[in-house]
Design a protein around this ligand. Structure first.
Ligand SMILES: [Ca+2]
Ligand SMILES: [Ca+2]
Length: 122
C-alpha cells in the first residue's frame, strides 16, 4: 500500500523485440494524502452565560463559534440541520449564528481538506 507523500510516474516503452526507447515520458506527479485535517470547535466563552462560561449552556440567542482548522482545509458548522459556512483566517475559523430559538442543539464542525479527507469535531 502506498504511503502519504508525493509520487512521480515515468513511462518508458519497449517494443516486442525487447528494445527500450532511449527517452522516458515527462514525469507525472501526484500526491497521496489520506490524513484527515485537524480541527477544533468552541462556543466563544463571552457568549456562554450563567454560572459557567465553559459549560455551553447559554441564554444568548445569537452565538459565536470558533475553532482551528488545518492549513488548506475548509470547515462547515452544523447546528442540528442548519449548515453554516464560517470564515477562515490564518487557520482560525469563526462564525456568528442567526438568532436561534430555545432548544438543544447538536453542534459539529466538519473540516475537509483539499484531498477530500474529513474530520468531524463536536
Ligand atoms: Ca467555550
Ligand atoms: Ca454557561
Amino acid at each position: 500500500m502506498l504511503s502519504d507523500r508525493s509520487y512521480q510516474l515515468v513511462i518508458r516503452a519497449k517494443d516486442r523485440f525487447g528494445n527500450w526507447t532511449n527517452t522516458s515520458s515527462n514525469p507525472f506527479s501526484w500526491t497521496l494524502d489520506t490524513t484527515a485535517p485537524t480541527a477544533s470547535l468552541d462556543l466563544v466563552d463571552s457568549l456562554d452565560t450563567g454560572r459557567s462560561a465553559t459549560d455551553n449552556l447559554t441564554r444568548k440567542r445569537a452565538l459565536q463559534f470558533q475553532g482551528t482548522v488545518g492549513a488548506g482545509a475548509h470547515v462547515q458548522l452544523w447546528l442540528n440541520n442548519l449548515q453554516l459556512n464560517p470564515t477562515i483566517t490564518n487557520g482560525t475559523w469563526q462564525i456568528t449564528t442567526p438568532t436561534l430559538t430555545s432548544d438543544t442543539y447538536q453542534v459539529k464542525a466538519v473540516a475537509t481538506d483539499v484531498a477530500g479527507n474529513t474530520q468531524e469535531v463536536v
